[in-house]
Write a protein that binds this ligand. Structure first.
Ligand SMILES: [Zn+2]
Length: 79
């Protein structure tokens, strides 16, 4: 455990926090829009959302990968 390692850890913790905040905001927005139409592209990474997923998850706003990230971020916050 070097001092340099600690500095790097703090920096990456902070980045993760900022990222989690952004994800939580997007997740909240996605929930508000849940009654709306399914998105054609993921709101986070802009990848196309497969038609199967758009039909299976009405009002879906994110791809499977980003949804997993959001759920993980929310779970870590105890939401
Ligand atoms: Zn995505």
């Amino acid at each position: 455990m070097s001092e340099r390692g600690d500095v790097t850890d703090i920096a990456s913790d902070r980045e993760a926090e900022i990222r989690d905040d952004a994800l939580a905001k997007i997740a909240r927005k996605a929930e508000e829009q849940a009654s709306h139409e399914s998105a054609h592209e993921c709101r986070i990474c802009d990848e196309p959302i497969p038609e199967d997923r758009r039909v299976a998850v009405p009002g879906v706003q994110t791809c499977v990968d980003c949804q997993a990230d959001i759920e993980q971020a929310l779970a870590m916050r105890g939401l």
